[in-house]
Design a protein around this ligand. Sequence first.
Ligand SMILES: Cc1ncc(COP(=O)(O)O)c(C=O)c1O
Length: 421
Amino acid sequence: MTLQISKIANNLNFLATSAIAEKINARIKNGETIYNFTLGDFDPNQFPIPLELENAIIEAYQDKQTNYAFIGGIEILRQAIAAYLEKSAGLSYQADEIIVASGSRPLIYILFRTIADPEEKIINIVPSWNNYNFIHLAGAKAISIETKAENYFLPNADELKPHLAAATLISFNSPLNPAGTVFKETQLREIIDLIVEENQTRQRQKQKPLYVLFDMVYRSLIYGDVINPNPIKLNPAIRDYIVFIDGISKSFAATGVRIGWAAGPREIISKMRAILASLGAWAAKPEQFALTKFLHNPTAIDHYLTDLKAKLLQRLNIFYQGFLQLKTQGHPVDVIEPEGAIYLSIKFNLLGKKTPDGKIIQTVDDIFGFLLEYAHVALIPFYAFGASHDSTWFRLSVGTCSIEEAKQAMQNIECAIKNLG
Ligand SMILES: Cc1ncc(COP(=O)(O)O)c(C=O)c1O
């Protein structure tokens, strides 16, 4: 029966990745052994938050910082974020061009509501994390563009060009959830140049500009000599139209601490603050004081990130090398070298293969079921990120696994793949 509630709520899907992860967790609670690599989260036993941050949070509670905080973030925190963005990302923003909330999620939603009116068009690049739900909540219309594995699942200018004129907002994410890949500099430069050109035309015609949401929540987690290009360096004219989304969830493995921020043009940030004031989705005040203190400790940040990245890459490489070996041996898999975030993209070309009990794998869900049954491993198919249902790419997240679990799970997968008919 359809509930008598709003169409927006009725037609909203629960976050696809969380829905799969919750089902798997329920089976684990029932006693099954499953390597659950579905969640974009961290196991605090494997990846605790920085100790200095933890201690500062406790101190701030003891210091009774427990009343309402300034809406949009206490000033000393926004100043600390401004300095941190300058130092770690080469982005220059003043404290009043920054807004802080309880994680980056509310800010993404607020930005969609700030920029797009219902029925306006938003470019939805897929596979991507949760964009479709934000577009739906804004009552906007999606223009979906599916990226290609050969471009590491990031879009290029040619793919976007035909759609820019119709859109009000376009959202990018690098390093990318789900693929674990990062924009190449020329690829991003060509896109940003196109958007700037589009906005020059709109300005002449006194039309609403095309805004850019640049989600960089994984920017601290990049590996080897990979560089996450800075759109403003590539073309400074984009600054008037771009809003960056960032936070501590992934950089400091602090998904449960709930602090995120956005940096962008003052007028946009100020309107976002007005929406945030009503939503009340601001970050907890003790955490804001604690993060301010932590951001003033660059040595602790450097130590923490060096260690976190090494641990994540170690796990990513166990799987990357394992899948590379299977591929070299002629098994029907493919894998993309990890560049950033906590994810690995793996292709299971298993359609038409026969499982040991004689079943033919016919759909992507069959691949998911095969991995679960024969390798005890749960991964997320790319269709859960908006890719087409016949995409046989999957996301593997290493944020919740130990080295031993990674090794065992890879062994299970190898064994299962080798036993396919
Ligand atoms: C690309 C991307 N942006 C934003 C978020 C949300 O982060 P937060 O915990 O700060 O709300 C996630 C979470 O998985 C993500 O993958």
